[in-house]
Design a protein around this ligand. Structure first.
Ligand code: ADP
Length: 335
């Protein structure tokens, strides 16, 4: 019987449409943890700060259920944040943080209010990529309790687990401590008003990543990979995890796709070619862009100057900007 009830609930929820994205809230991954116990419906609604009306809409739709005694809706939102996006990768070293920083910078260039949460507990290096060394994080008192104040750098609001840790010390957090820190980290930052919050997720499909996905209203993820088959295999695992928890995959970014010859401009596919395209086709997720290997990406990361905002045009900065424009066009009317 529960399965029939569950289907009935899902059908009703699918009638609630996000007006700008023109899709239903189930397909958009906003409904999570749907459970029916003893004729009570429990669900979690992962929404942006501008989408609070969905609670009333969902309640109204589910009031049509004759058997349902009560609906319990838990709202998962980050105060002030409209769109929360995750940047993920199957493994470390493929350019996930580089992509997160450059997309954040390129979105900011579009005039959007952008925040970046560096939640890569295994290698939090976003502050350095934005030119910040070790900085003290201020804690402020708010009506809803003490909150971390994000730092502001190059027009981007930034918070990183790296800023809370001692320099050059590994973050040896495990189990419940890790869970508690991550949850606090997501909920206890005073972001102010943001159009986008990008979360640089830890690589892989471990505890830390799953906790963040479950505790935050991520409405889509961008997966970063390199063209090698081994990296592609890791991303495949990653994609299945997101699909299992109902988080939409917005697309794939293939990094280090090719090298451009400084003399003749020809492309060399050092790690092979076609991995990203193959993955995109197989998993029906768009290939958002292919980023070349470029020494300026690395030096820009080391010196805190993201290539996406560099005045000197380059194929890499073009790709990052194109991705940001595509994202902004998709979401902009929604915010
Ligand atoms: P991840 O977050 O996946 O561990 P990073 O973004 O930290 O990876 O990148 C790892 C290193 O590779 C950094 O030094 C970065 O500057 C460099 N890097 C990333 N992408 C490129 C690229 N396309 N060309 C040159 N260097 C790159």
């Amino acid at each position: 019987m529960t399965i029939v009830y569950q289907q009935e609930v899902v059908e009703l929820l699918k009638q609630v449409i996000e007006p700008t994205l023109k899709n239903d809230i189930v397909s958009l991954g906003m409904v999570r943890n749907l459970r029916i116990v003893d004729d009570y419906v429990y669900l979690r609604l992962c929404i942006g700060s501008h989408q609070q009306q969905f609670k009333t809409e969902v309640e109204a739709k589910l009031s049509a259920l004759t058997w349902c005694k009560k609906t319990y809706i838990q709202i998962c939102t980050i105060p002030g944040v409209k769109i929360t996006l995750g940047i993920s990768s199957g493994k470390g070293g493929v350019g996930k943080s580089t992509t997160a920083v450059n997309i954040a910078a390129a979105l900011s260039l579009q005039g959007a209010k952008v925040g970046l949460l560096d939640a890569d507990v295994y290698g939090p290096n976003v502050p350095q990529m934005l030119g910040l060394g070790q900085a003290d994080v201020e804690v402020i008192q708010t009506p809803t309790g003490d909150k971390f104040l994000p730092l502001e750098v190059q027009g981007i609001k930034l918070m990183s687990v790296g800023l809370l840790a001692e320099k050059n010390r590994p973050l040896a957090w495990r189990g419940p401590v890790l869970h508690k820190i991550i949850t606090q980290f997501i909920n206890d930052v005073e972001w102010g008003e943001l159009d986008y919050l990008l979360i640089d997720l830890p690589p892989g499909t471990g505890d830390a990543q799953i906790t963040i996905i479950q505790e935050s209203p991520i409405c889509g993820v961008i997966l970063v990979t390199t063209p090698q088959q081994v990296a592609v295999a890791d991303v495949r695992r990653n994609i299945y995890m997101f699909r299992q928890v109902g988080v939409p995959v917005l697309g794939i970014v293939e990094n280090m796709s090719y090298l451009i010859c400084g003399d003749c401009g020809s492309r060399t596919y050092i790690f092979g070619s076609g991995g990203g395209e193959q993955l995109a086709a197989e998993l029906q997720a768009p290939l958002l862009g292919q980023i070349p290997i470029d020494a300026r990406i690395c030096s820009g990361g080391d010196s805190g100057n993201p290539i996406a905002t560099s005045e000197q045009a380059s194929p890499a900065s073009e790709v990052f900007r194109k991705i940001a424009i595509a994202l902004h066009t998709n979401f902009t009317t929604a915010i």
